[in-house]
Write a protein that binds this ligand. Structure first.
Ligand SMILES: NC(=O)C1=CN([C@@H]2O[C@H](COP(=O)(O)OP(=O)(O)OC[C@H]3O[C@@H](n4cnc5c(N)ncnc54)[C@H](OP(=O)(O)O)[C@@H]3O)[C@@H](O)[C@H]2O)C=CC1
Ligand SMILES: O=C(O)[C@@H]1CCC=N1
Length: 258
């Protein structure tokens, strides 16, 4: 996810020669550093404390369990006026503020993996010391990865459950539709193309017409036709309730991560 944020910042016009990406010093981390240098022509290092010196924006993209150690390593070296943005699930702005020098502006961000192709959606929310100017800086870094929306921080766990985790639900649907096509005798590659383009086209239709999904669904559903039969099977199996339960479970899990 950190790489997607990096690619987005460069796409948004942040100059590569002013961006430093950090990795671990493990073999895997070093291989990743080499790949990042080749792909993006940015400086890389495994010295987080050195990387943050003089930075105006520090984006933290490690797993929640690794965040406390990372903050310990960088806190002393942060420049005055730096903005710290975190993309970690669960960890609140207050959690960061407790571990950073007093008054550090913190912005919480929740991107999603379509950011890799500039088609992500990211919600950002200010911590206690973050101003409009700080939010605008973070937004400018993330805007190359897709749409950016602003929310109150109390809503970030809900965002995590919906759009942060959401691509996985959609991939699950694409995979299930592909299997359904195979079950009905279609070749796997044909079924995969049909399932993928159906999800892509339907999402674009919602986004580009601005019409309500219920109305668009009704237009597909001819009286006494095939779609009505298919939708009844989804209702009979509680698929809508399953999506609500999935979002609730993801939300609850985000709150357990702190
Ligand atoms: N995946 C997703 O869809 C989304 C993830 N997030 C959040 O993004 C964060 C990262 O998740 P994700 O990308 O999936 O996880 P990954 O494990 O894929 O990425 C984390 C990366 O951080 C590196 N790392 C760990 N410690 C350090 C360190 N001290 N210095 C530099 N690099 C370090 C790891 O290196 P190594 O492998 O060498 O240990 C790894 O490459 C999480 O907090 C998650 O909640 C947010 C939105 C969406
Ligand atoms: O699964 C996770 O914890 C992360 C956060 C949002 C998407 N992936």
């Amino acid at each position: 996810m950190g790489e997607a944020v990096l690619a987005g910042a460069l796409a948004a016009g942040w100059p590569a020669d002013r961006v430093v990406a950090t990795t671990t010093s493990s073999d895997r981390g070093q291989a990743r550093a080499e790949a990042l240098r080749e792909r993006y022509e940015v400086e890389t290092t495994s010295d987080n404390a050195a990387a943050v010196k003089g930075a105006s924006l520090v984006v933290l993209a490690v797993k929640p369990k690794d965040m406390a150690g990372l903050l310990e390593a960088i806190s002393q070296g942060l420049a005055d006026g730096v903005v710290v943005a975190s993309i970690a699930a669960g960890l609140t702005a207050a959690w960061f503020e407790e571990r950073l020098p007093a008054g550090t502006p913190v912005v919480r961000a929740m991107p999603n993996t379509p950011a890799q192709i500039g088609a992500g959606v990211t919600a950002i929310a200010p911590g206690a010391h973050a101003t409009e100017e700080h939010l605008a800086l973070v937004e400018s870094a993330l805007s190359g990865a897709g749409t950016v929306v602003r929310v109150a921080e109390k809503d970030i766990d809900a965002v995590t459950a919906l759009s942060g985790s959401g691509p996985a639900y959609v991939f699950y649907v694409i995979d299930a539709l592909t299997e359904a096509g195979v079950l009905l005798g279609l070749r796997r590659d044909v079924a995969s193309t049909l399932a993928t383009q159906t999800v892509l086209g339907s999402a674009r239709l919602v986004a580009e017409t601005g019409e309500h999904p219920v109305l668009l669904r009704e237009r597909v559903t001819s009286p006494g036709g095939t779609t009505a039969a298919g939708l009844r099977a989804l209702d009979d199996r509680g698929v809508r309730a399953a999506f609500l339960a999935a979002a609730q479970a993801a939300y609850d899990r985000a709150r357990e991560l702190r």
